[in-house]
Design a protein around this ligand. Structure first.
Ligand SMILES: *[C@@H]1O[C@H](CO)[C@@H](O)[C@H](O)[C@H]1NC(C)=O
Ligand SMILES: *[C@@H]1O[C@H](CO)[C@@H](O)[C@H](O)[C@H]1NC(C)=O
Ligand SMILES: *[C@@H]1O[C@H](CO)[C@@H](O)[C@H](O)[C@H]1NC(C)=O
Ligand SMILES: *[C@@H]1O[C@H](CO)[C@@H](O)[C@H](O)[C@H]1NC(C)=O
Ligand SMILES: *[C@@H]1O[C@H](CO)[C@@H](O)[C@H](O)[C@H]1NC(C)=O
Ligand SMILES: *[C@@H]1O[C@H](CO)[C@@H](O)[C@H](O)[C@H]1NC(C)=O
Ligand SMILES: *[C@@H]1O[C@H](CO)[C@@H](O)[C@H](O)[C@H]1NC(C)=O
Length: 512
């Protein structure tokens, strides 16, 4: 009885307000009839929900797909109900709504302005639909919205400027809206952000914004397959709440900044499939005490990781890590198995090697996952797989390109080049051009050389590169600097010239 009274009062008050304010949407305190609105929506969605009957009170009888609080509909969850069409205008009559879940349906078309009347909304899920419209302005008017789940929503166009003013947003999922574009750096205005995923989207500028250091609450950022270029921002060392960072499959270059050692809460770190050129980051084991997933696969890491027995003793890696992968890099050090393709590289064989105290669940897999051309650059991967729960994989050294180096021209390893340039330190850069960067370095015999590294875009085909190296090796002229050597790896091509500044410029201009 009291429920009915309360609803009657509510309805009366609502009607009274309507009369007083003559159809002003925004100030009606409660809906005259939420049941009527829901049935109207159901009909527009071509759906039939048995409990949703005209004339009934959704809260009293307990309609499916809704939750009521104090006689008002506060949750509408029609996820995976097969509904289709646009979001009906009647949504605007559900003024007490705080949770709206429309995910995984066949919804398509415009969002009505009336959505902005639902000012109590703090959670919206419109993901896994095919809306095919620009980001709805009505959503930007929801002042209390904290969670916006809109991955694979088929949104198009440019994120409106007003979006970046939604200060209440904490959890924003926009991934896989492949037609949606925006300005990544403007997300730094959303100061409450905790989780942000924007993978597989289009950006006006494909760089990681240094301004993100302002997002001090950020715990999770995911921009994999984002076409990102440029380096990892030094300033992100300030994101001290970050626990998960997914940047795989981009074209990021440079090193992992020193400042990232401060990201002590890091739990899951993915940088696989980029062009990171750096010594193997053994520091992650010490600086990130809680790290459980590390993916370094398919980059240009070189140098020597801590050996597995040491890692096991010091960091309990086999119990602590879920995934630790560093296959497909240029990593040196002792190798657990003798020859490539040695099928006997089983746990038994491994026991004889430096990994002898690693449990037998380790398996050997000669395939460098993700890199299918096994004749090309593969060597060996040690993969510890307990049905995928625990994985440690090793990639010791990619096979060198097997074309024969011309006479008197040295084939350098990445390690050798790293030593000559203090790990490709910026202080060694003597020039930058369209072809890449030029570093100065010193050979073991003390002679200075210029080391030209092709940029990611400037990589040549191997045949083309080989021809060029062969040609340069034959040129001898007093006005030409001598080609001392080269390095030709899958995504790392370098030419090393004798360093004579008078004529160096001419060489770069003519042949690079
Ligand atoms: C909506 O309902 C589905 C089950 O049908 C559930 O998985 C999902 O978590 C619900 N959404 C919300 C926001 O509670
Ligand atoms: C991204 O969305 C497309 C459809 O728009 C789908 O086919 C694809 O599987 C999605 N990608 C992922 C990783 O979910
Ligand atoms: C936000 O991200 C963190 C870290 O990955 C995760 O643990 C948490 O479940 C996420 N929260 C939401 C609401 O998705
Ligand atoms: C590591 O995880 C534990 C347990 O979840 C937590 O208590 C601790 O604060 C975390 N340490 C850091 C540095 O985040
Ligand atoms: C490794 O695990 C063992 C047994 O669980 C424990 O006694 C030891 O303290 C751990 N060592 C480290 C470095 O966490
Ligand atoms: C493993 O590394 C530790 C510490 O660097 C070293 O003392 C030990 O000799 C190494 N073991 C092998 C088998 O290389
Ligand atoms: C693998 O590499 C070899 C040698 O470079 C090349 O001839 C072959 O076409 C490549 N195969 C594939 C599938 O890319």
């Amino acid at each position: 009885m009291t429920v009915v009274m309360a609803r009657w009062k509510c309805t009366r008050a609502g009607l009274l307000m309507l009369l007083l304010l003559a159809v002003s949407f925004s100030s009606v305190p409660c809906s005259p009839d939420e049941g009527v609105a829901l049935v109207e929506m159901m009909n527009e969605w071509h759906a039939s929900f048995p409990t949703w009957t005209l004339g009934g009170d959704p809260c009293e009888i307990g309609w499916e797909y809704i939750i009521c609080t104090d006689g008002r509909v506060t949750t509408l969850n029609v996820s995976v109900t097969g509904i289709s069409g646009p979001l009906p205008k009647a949504i605007g009559k559900l003024r007490a709504l705080n949770t709206l879940d429309l995910s995984a349906n066949n919804l398509h078309g415009d969002f009505p302005d009336e959505l902005a009347l639902c000012q109590e909304l703090d959670f919206i899920d419109i993901s896994r639909n095919d809306w095919g419209v620009d980001f709805p302005l009505a959503i930007t008017k929801l002042g209390k919205l904290e969670s916006l789940y809109a991955s694979r929503a088929g949104l198009t166009g440019t994120l409106p400027r007003k979006f970046y003013k939604m200060k209440s947003l904490k959890y924003v999922f926009l991934g896989n809206n492949t037609q949606l574009t925006g300005e990544l750096e403007r997300f730094s205005q959303l100061s409450s952000l905790v989780n942000l995923t924007v993978w597989q989207m289009q950006w006006k500028k494909y760089e990681l914004p240094s301004q993100f250091s302002l997002l001090t609450n950020l715990e999770y950022f995911n921009c994999h397959d984002c076409n990102l270029v440029g380096s990892l921002p030094e300033s992100w060392g300030d994101l001290q709440n970050l626990v998960e960072l997914s940047l795989q499959n981009n074209k990021l270059t440079g090193k992992i900044p020193e400042s990232w050692k401060k990201l002590t809460r890091m739990y899951k770190f993915r940088i696989d499939g980029n062009f990171i050129l750096a010594p193997f980051p053994n520091w992650m084991f010490t600086s990130w005490p809680n790290v459980t997933y590390i993916y370094l696969t398919r980059n240009l890491f070189y140098g020597v990781p801590y050996n597995i027995s040491y890692l096991e003793k010091t960091y309990n890696i086999t119990t602590k890590f879920s995934i630790l992968r560093w296959d497909c890099n240029y990593i040196g050090g002792p190798q657990p198995c003798s020859d490539r393709g040695n099928n006997d590289c089983s746990a038994a064989t491994l026991k004889k090697t430096e990994v002898n105290d690693v449990p037998a669940k380790f398996a050997f897999d000669p395939n460098c996952y993700d890199d299918l051309n096994s004749t090309d650059s593969l060597n060996r991967v040690l993969y510890c797989g307990d049905h995928g729960h625990i994985g440690i994989s090793h990639y010791y050294k990619r096979k060198e390109k097997n074309w024969e180096a011309p006479e008197k021209v040295h084939r350098f390893t990445i390690d050798e080049l790293a030593k000559m340039t203090s790990n490709f330190d910026d202080s060694h850069i003597i020039g930058i051009g369209g072809f890449g960067k030029v570093y100065s370095g010193m050979l073991e015999d003390g002679r200075l050389v210029a080391i030209t590294r092709a940029s990611a875009d400037g990589l040549q085909g191997h045949a083309e590169f080989r021809d060029e190296v062969t040609l340069l090796s034959r040129l001898h002229h007093r006005h030409l600097v001598k080609l001392e050597g080269f390095c030709d790896e899958k995504d790392f091509q370098v030419k090393v010239h004798g360093r004579d500044f008078h004529i160096l410029a001419a060489v770069f201009n003519s042949s690079m």
